[in-house]
Design a protein around this ligand. Structure first.
Ligand code: B4P
Length: 191
């Protein structure tokens, strides 16, 4: 099974593209953001605890998402592999993912990094707030904090993956279809 990371700042199109790629290549789409929002919607204790962290644009604790991912990997069958959307978000999460995959005879095959201008990110997220009702999309200060958290805590993963030879930058500007074609061209030889 292949393991592909879709990486990039908030609003770069990870979720948008992952849904389409998962369908085309028969991959299991693992979005930690969606999993966490499902916990909040279901009113679980975990969801209640994570809701205030997410509404400020901060990251939830590493162990929470690692546990969610491990249980999804172990319960998945009939798939060509996994597409990780919004995970890992810290170098610690990356190291945990590698360990988890290693124990199951797998590795991270590639990391596709969507590159999008700052102003375009803010524009997309404000646009999404109109339809999503997500508290972390409504407020520009929270959006800016999410981008800042990405630069500080998540972006260092790029250097970590570059040394492992799995870093692949992808132009994330343009139409959804254009970006989908670019990403597909990197996935085709792997899946
Ligand atoms: P996520 O749910 O991962 O969301 P995101 O980074 O905001 O968005 P994404 O990049 O997927 O953008 P999308 O395609 O939707 O994270 C939310 C929060 O959850 C985090 O802040 C954190 O608190 C928590 N969390 C999640 N994972 C975690 C982890 N591993 N560790 C700790 N905390 C974690 O695109 C955005 C908008 O742009 C959409 O409206 C879309 O329609 C539009 N768009 C996309 N592509 C476009 C294009 N080419 N042109 C025009 N518009 C486009």
């Amino acid at each position: 099974m292949v393991n592909i990371l879709i990486f990039g700042p908030p609003g770069s199109g990870k979720g948008t593209q992952s849904v389409r790629l998962a369908e085309k290549f028969n991959l299991t789409h693992l979005s930690t953001g969606d999993m966490l929002r499902a916990e909040i919607a279901a009113g679980t204790e975990l969801g209640r605890k994570m809701s205030s962290i997410m509404s400020k644009g901060e990251l939830v604790p590493d162990e929470v998402v690692i546990e969610m991912i491990a249980s999804k990997i172990d319960s998945t069958k009939d798939s060509n592999g996994f597409l990780y959307d919004g995970f890992p978000r810290t170098v610690a999460q990356t190291v945990s993912l590698e360990k988890m995959l290693g124990e199951r005879g797998m590795k991270i095959d590639t990391m596709l990094v969507l590159e999008v201008d700052h102003d375009e990110l803010v524009k997309r997220l404000i646009g999404r707030a109109e339809v999503s009702g997500r508290p972390d999309d409504k407020d520009t200060a929270v959006i800016e904090n999410r981008i800042e958290v990405y630069r500080e805590k998540t972006e260092p993963i790029i250097d970590y993956c570059r040394t492992k030879g799995i870093y692949q930058p992808v132009n994330g500007m343009g139409t959804i279809e254009e970006i989908f074609e670019r990403l597909s061209s990197y996935l085709s030889p792997l899946v």
